[in-house]
Design a protein around this ligand. Structure first.
Ligand code: GLP
Length: 252
């Protein structure tokens, strides 16, 4: 695991955008795994400005998002589908049929999960997978206690995630769906060739320390990343402040 401490959030966004840009420049039909939440928003802004500057062409790129709330239609204002279109897709030249996000309101949700997993397999896996991290150590919506062998499936959100995500639902936790579809830990570990985990702010400091330095345990789902052979963590100084072992910290 390589850990880069960015100077600040804008730096974190630039560094992660460079990884995506280099990937797409080397492979026009790259498969990108994308995440939602506040953390990657600046990365997406950077990618939009790189696209506008003619530095990156998304016309052959394929995307898979990590997760989606169950029960929300793609056009629901708080769906991750809507989020991704607003923050990235509508501003770049990605082909609509190259975009994959689980359909949260599919009445056959279990079948949706199986098909999603199969689509990633058929695409040949994910070249760069962007991850955020929950303050409880979750990745995607794989909450503490998630089995490391699980694939894309229906998951139940933890109380802390419901509280943390209420800010996107006008601050009312009652409005946050209790269930979601998420790529599983096994999906992420097996299909991702390069995992880039972004963490910003002191509320992520405990999770980052446990992810990198604690035991590999389902109680901290992100700790499994210690066993992946190509992980780059990009953290701002506040998210990195509790790391004790500085030997794996990398210069930019
Ligand atoms: C959500 C998403 C995760 C994301 C996490 C952190 O629960 N399902 O994929 O990493 O929140 O979000 P933020 O970046 O807003 O802290």
């Amino acid at each position: 695991m390589k850990i880069i401490v960015a100077d600040h959030y804008e730096d974190l966004c630039k560094l992660s955008a460079v990884i995506i840009k280099e990937c797409v420049q080397a492979k026009k039909d790259a498969v990108l795994g994308l995440a939602t939440g506040s953390t990657p928003v600046g990365l997406y802004k950077q990618l939009i400005s790189d696209y506008q500057a003619g530095e990156i062409d998304f016309s052959k790129v394929i995307t898979f998002n990590l997760d989606e709330y169950a029960g929300l239609s793609p056009s629901h204002p708080q769906s991750y589908n809507k989020f991704m279109h607003e923050h990235l897709f509508q501003h770049i030249n990605v082909q609509p049929d190259h975009i994959h996000i689980p359909q949260g309101d599919n009445p056959q949700l279990e079948a949706e999960c199986k098909v999603y997993e199969e689509l990633i397999r058929q695409a040949g896996g994910i070249d760069v997978q962007i991850l955020g991290i929950g303050s409880n150590g979750h990745i995607g919506f794989n909450e503490p206690g998630s089995d490391f062998e699980e694939r894309t499936r229906i998951v139940r959100l933890s109380e802390s995630t419901i509280q943390a995500n209420a800010r996107f639902f006008g601050g009312d936790p009652v409005l946050v769906p209790r269930l979601a579809v998420s790529m599983g830990i096994k999906t992420i570990m097996e299909f991702s060739k390069h995992i880039v985990l972004l963490a910003n702010g002191e509320e992520k400091a405990d999770a980052i320390q446990k992810m990198a330095e604690g035991p590999v345990t389902p109680e901290i789902p992100a700790s499994i990343l210690q066993q992946h052979n190509h992980v780059t963590v990009i953290a701002d100084p506040k998210a990195a402040q509790k790391l004790k072992n500085l030997s794996y910290l990398s210069n930019k």
